[in-house]
Ligand binder design. Structure first.
Ligand code: M6R
Length: 617
């Protein structure tokens, strides 16, 4: 939530900041603003409610002065609506200090009282403005931005990334982070700050993660990293694994369309180097989870939110089947508020695309405090959750920019499948032959997914015909159930349509009352080849809803003719093992939600009220 950029160097700061904000806009798009230090030693600020485009048009009409230092912000509103006044940057009393913020300052009310008693005037309803006013006043006393910043940051509670500049100190941007993301881009004669590397990857792929409760000062010739108390800290440098083009839309109509098309490659990348002699070997988690520890694990808790929790559900089915360990899946935001029972042999695995979701981060910290070992399944290098975990298994889906998660979901599921196969092998419960067969299925998935994605025109047409639909239900069973939940979530968040996913077996216990003539229902049909005979049960469910007037859209395996008499429309997926078909089916539902949103003229990449990375609780 909220995108943050800072720059100190020879380029025009406004260009760098606006370029960075464009790539961070997925983090929030209620308003945007920039502040730069001008050559005559003053501060120029421009901020506007609305998407970044509004600010950009203003800046084209009346450009900012040339500058070498500045900060930029794109907002997801928490305190105060999306207005010009509430947009960041916020200023100190004399207008010479600018500050931007991501997160929530929990003690802003008493600080505001204090400032009001001292005669301060507020121009916004934000919690951020207290930090700007406090910093401006502290600078008035110390005449030193870095020490003033340190003093103010120490007084704040909550979660925050803060960046600030002062007109009296051109060439310096200071930043601080607590429970909210901030990374440094290390250039030659220029330095960058960003909520994530997308802010600066166009200029440099050398990055440094900023740790919890640390302060960073960037100047063109270098950086200084300390704790909140001023103790020097050695930062951890890393090379960003993707380049700027990966975070560009290219010729696609939306980032989401591009990212769905990248799913096969995301799976290939996630498998890369993790299969040896046909078996899964995850050396990279050996530091936190050596084999003897894995053998002693007696329970696994998978934590995530939204789409990431649904991939966890898929993981539950596979890990339990292949490794024989009980798995619970829990929404991260529920987990730590209910005294969960965690033992020394509980493995807590978090799942997060961004690695910054506050709910998930807090749940991971809580699990660690309670003695559990933690594994992070994450898509973002250098992000906070992996750094707070005992080990990390990276999904390698590349940057995901569209707010709706697509390729990250399938890559997370594949990472969980890999983990299940690794665990089953290490614990000696999964015979090598069976393991190799599952690995072969995984390796065949990317190609099958490519085939699935060729049905784009059909899906578009289906979506167009449903553009006035007000409610869609999704039914699935076994591993089809998480797909139903994910299909419904995609439709809700993108097309603003009432959508619910159900386990098909649950239908008769209540949800069937929702069926009335014309009700659209997607059904994820299991393979007729599956020995557990779920296929006939789901076909019966289809007949039950058809008998009550439902309009059935089936996703069924190629060659499954049993559904034809009962389904109004059928989308096909290639033959794959039971555990793998969901990863094919879900891509069709992602496409469907995207096409329906597009047919309704909605912004596919930036749906209303949402942000990509939810860094507030
Ligand atoms: O970055 P994370 O995977 O931790 O994000 C979790 C959810 O906020 C995220 O999956 C959200 O549900 C997506 N908008 C779904 O498309």
């Amino acid at each position: 939530m909220c995108g943050i950029v800072g720059y100190a160097g020879p380029r025009d700061a406004t260009d760098v900041l606006v370029g960075g904000l464009k790539r961070l806009e997925y983090r929030g798009y209620d308003s945007a603003g920039v502040a730069v230090i001008t050559p005559d030693g003053s501060l120029a600020v421009h901020k506007r409610a609305g998407k970044l485009g509004v600010l950009e048009r203003d800046l084209q009409r009346s450009p900012m002065p040339q500058s070498a230092t500045g900060i930029g912000h794109t907002r997801w509103a928490t305190h105060g609506g999306p207005t010009d006044g509430n947009a960041h940057p916020h200023l100190g009393d004399d207008g010479r200090l600018a500050l931007i913020h991501n997160g929530i300052i929990e003690n802003f009310a008493p600080l505001k009282e204090e400032l009001l008693a001292e005669g301060a005037e507020f121009t916004s309803e934000t919690d951020t403005e207290v930090a700007a006013l406090l910093l401006g006043r502290e600078f008035g006393r110390t005449k030193d931005l870095l020490s003033a910043f340190r003093a103010v940051v120490g007084r704040l509670h909550g979660a925050f990334t803060l960046l600030a500049v002062h007109a009296d100190e051109p060439g310096l941007v200071v930043g601080a982070r607590r429970n909210s993301p901030l990374v440094v881009g290390l250039g030659e004669g220029e330095q960058f700050l960003g909520s994530d590397v997308a802010a600066f990857v166009q200029y440099t792929r050398r990055a440094m993660a900023i740790g919890q409760d640390q302060i960073v000062a960037i100047r063109p010739d270098g950086i200084e990293l300390t704790t909140f108390d001023g103790e020097p800290v050695q930062g951890e440098e890393y090379e960003v694994a993707w380049d700027a083009a990966a975070a560009e839309k290219g010729g696609w109509s939306s980032f989401m369309a591009k990212e769905i098309s990248e799913e096969p490659e995301a799976l290939e990348q996630t498998l890369l180097g993790r299969v040896h002699d046909g078996l899964v070997v995850l050396d990279e988690i050996g530091g936190g989870f050596p084999d003897d520890v894995l053998r002693s694990v007696d329970r696994i808790v998978l934590l995530g939110a939204g789409t990431s929790a649904y991939s966890g559900l898929l993981g539950k089915y596979t890990i339990e089947k292949w490794a024989g360990v009980p798995v619970e899946v829990e929404l991260a935001h529920e987990f730590r508020y209910r005294d969960p029972v965690l033992g020394p042999n509980t493995l807590v695995a978090s799942i997060s695309q961004s690695g910054e979701t506050m709910d998930t981060l807090m749940a991971v910290k809580y699990a660690r405090e309670r003695g559990a070992r933690t594994l992070s399944i994450c898509n973002t290098q250098g992000s906070t959750i992996p750094r707070e975990s005992d080990a990390v298994l990276y999904t390698r889906a590349g940057p995901e920019v569209a707010v709706a998660s697509t390729k990250a979901f399938t890559a997370q599921a594949v990472a969980l499948y890999l983990f299940g196969l690794h665990l089953g092998r290490v614990r000696g419960v999964l015979p090598d032959g069976e393991s190799r067969a599952m690995v072969a299925e995984l390796q065949a998935l990317p190609e099958k997914l490519r085939q699935v994605l060729t049905q784009g025109d059909e899906v578009r047409e289906m979506a167009r015909q449903m553009s006035d639909t007000r409610s869609v239900l999704f039914l699935g069973r076994h591993v089809g159930y998480p797909v139903a939940l994910e299909g419904a979530l995609k439709l809700k968040e993108l097309a603003y349509i009432h959508a619910e996913g159900f386990a098909a077996g649950e239908l008769k216990h209540g949800p069937i009352a929702l069926i009335e003539p014309g009700q659209r229902v997607f059904v994820i049909v299991p393979s007729p080849r599956d020995t557990s005979s779920l296929h006939p049960k789901v076909v019966s469910n289809i007949q039950e809803i058809r008998a009550r007037g439902a309009y059935v859209l089936a996703i069924a395996e190629e060659g499954d003719v049993a559904v034809l008499p009962y389904a109004d429309e059928v989308l096909r997926i290639p033959l794959a093992g039971t555990m793998f078909e969901p990863l094919l089916a879900v891509a069709l539902l992602q496409q469907f939600a995207m096409e329906l949103a597009a047919a309704k003229g909605l912004d596919v990449d930036q749906p209303r009220n949402l942000a990509k990375s939810v860094t507030v609780e």
